[in-house]
Write a protein that binds this ligand. Structure first.
Ligand code: GLU
Length: 460
């Protein structure tokens, strides 16, 4: 049997990390079994669905590296298919027309509640033999007795007595299918074998199974993954990371770091923390999904991102970093960025911070701001050292990091100075900061002319 999974976002907002994680699980499982991963846009809610959100979700999927198979499916283009399925249910007696008003249904629910029962529609129109008409809905006729059971990939066996289930609406008064109706028809038509989704949908699953049975379709395997909690084990808040994937992209995360992080929030393989994509595909077979909700840990995400940053080949890292530098207002080439990266890659935890640390190299000497802490090194002695060093550096035959390093150490030794009498003033002059890479590396990166210009300016 070919494994087919799907991700079915509603375009009513950007892709959030919870949805992103579900999509990753579905994608991994399909890739693991050499099956198919399908993508469906659930846009039947015309008021809340927006094209910009569809575009944003697709962009986030691509950024995460989640490619999908076949055509993208839009529910809004399949209304005829859903209506044909509803007609079949009407013909086979599994569904019926109902003209109860929302107020009447609410009153039925209130009666049930008062009796201590589950609030439900009471089945008033079941046998009235109504046909289509304005203001009417189509409802599923739930069997009088029975138990719906399924073996959830995450939660294990789940059973619900049909007496718990309502004669749910399948087609609204405006002719639109309801979520449960459309999803079942789509998952069947797309050949989906495994439905992995958030556990906010677990109560829909018995209702959907009733629909599969009524339509004579094979029931897929279901897996409901628990939600992601905040670091405080409460509902994940915006402050604690309940954000859109696109926001993490803008913050300068490496997509592979976010994928690795999200997979581990809900799945494990021993105590391994770092997985290449290839390893994940090899290991993720849909088992070992945690049934307990995991808590979001921003520090761990940061740690993983720093790891991926250090392990990304420099040309690739430069391609990712350059747009962040440009966003800060500097027209730079990828090559120029790549040359600087070795000095900073060990220090940064995200692309935005990495880009920020490179800006001092692209700022013209006259515009370089020297931070207060760096000013201290530019006291009288510091400025005097700069004047002397300016002459020595100008005369250095070869302006390489090694040659500069040797020159500085020889100078310190001959004059009986401490290195901190030359290093800090040079760094302040060159990049305007009290901390940073070795001064010989900085100078080699800036080049002789620019280095001398900056030293002259600070010495004055
Ligand atoms: N469109 C639903 C949602 O975004 C997902 C439905 C499903 O996966 O069955 O919550």
């Amino acid at each position: 049997m070919k494994v087919v999974t799907r991700f079915a976002p509603s375009p009513t907002g950007h892709l959030h990390i919870g949805g992103g994680r579900t999509a990753i699980f579905c994608w991994l499982m399909a890739r693991h079994y050499g099956g198919e991963f399908r993508l469906r846009i659930e846009d039947t809610d015309a008021l809340r669905s927006k094209q910009e959100y569809t575009d944003s979700i697709l962009a986030s999927m691509k950024w995460l590296g989640l490619d999908w198979d076949g055509e993208l499916t839009y529910q809004s283009r399949r209304l005829d298919v859903y209506n044909a399925a509803i007609d079949r249910l009407l013909e086979t007696g599994h569904a019926y027309w109902c003209d109860c008003t929302p107020e009447e249904v609410e009153a039925m629910r209130a009666v049930a509640r008062a009796k201590g029962e589950k609030p439900r529609y009471n089945g008033r129109c079941r046998d009235r033999g109504l046909s289509a008409g304005p203001g009417r809905v189509v409802r599923l006729r739930v069997p009088d007795e029975g138990v719906i059971s399924f073996n959830d990939m995450v939660k294990g066996p789940v059973s619900v007595d049909v007496s718990e289930l309502d004669d749910m609406v399948l087609r609204r008064t405006d002719g639109m299918p309801t979520y449960n109706m459309a999803v079942v028809v789509d998952d069947h038509d797309m050949g989906v074998t495994h439905v992995i989704r958030g556990d906010d949908h677990v109560s829909n699953t018995p209702k959907q199974i009733l629909l599969y049975q009524a339509l004579g379709f094979d029931v897929p395997v279901f897996g409901h993954v628990p939600m992601i909690l905040g670091p405080d084990h409460q509902k994940l808040s915006k402050r604690h990371g309940a954000r859109a994937v696109i926001e993490y992209e803008q913050d300068g995360l490496i997509p592979q770091a976010l994928v690795n992080y999200l997979v581990r929030l809900g799945w494990s393989h021993g105590d391994q923390e770092i997985f290449s994509l290839r390893e994940l595909v090899e290991l993720f077979d849909g088992g070992s999904l945690n049934s307990a909700p995991a808590a979001f840990d921003p520090d761990k995400l940061k740690w993983l991102n720093a790891h991926y940053l250090r392990h990304t080949p420099l040309p690739e890292l430069a391609a990712m970093t350059a747009p962040f530098v440009r966003k800060l207002g500097f027209e730079v080439s990828q090559e120029a960025v790549e040359k600087l990266l070795p000095m900073y890659v060990e220090r940064a935890s995200d692309l935005a911070a990495l880009a920020q640390s490179l800006t001092v190299y692209f700022t013209p000497a006259e515009a370089l701001v020297i931070e207060d802490k760096a000013m201290k090194a530019l006291n009288e002695d510091g400025r005097q050292q700069l004047s002397i060093l300016h002459g020595l550096l100008a005369a250095l035959p070869e302006f390489t990091a090694e040659a500069i390093d040797r020159l500085l150490h020889d100078y310190v030794e001959q004059k009986g100075l401490k290195f901190k009498q030359v290093g800090p003033p040079l760094r302040s002059a060159l990049i305007g900061l009290a901390g940073g890479p070795s001064v010989h590396d900085i100078m080699a990166a800036l080049g002789r002319e620019e280095s001398l210009k900056r030293i002259r300016r600070a010495a004055a």
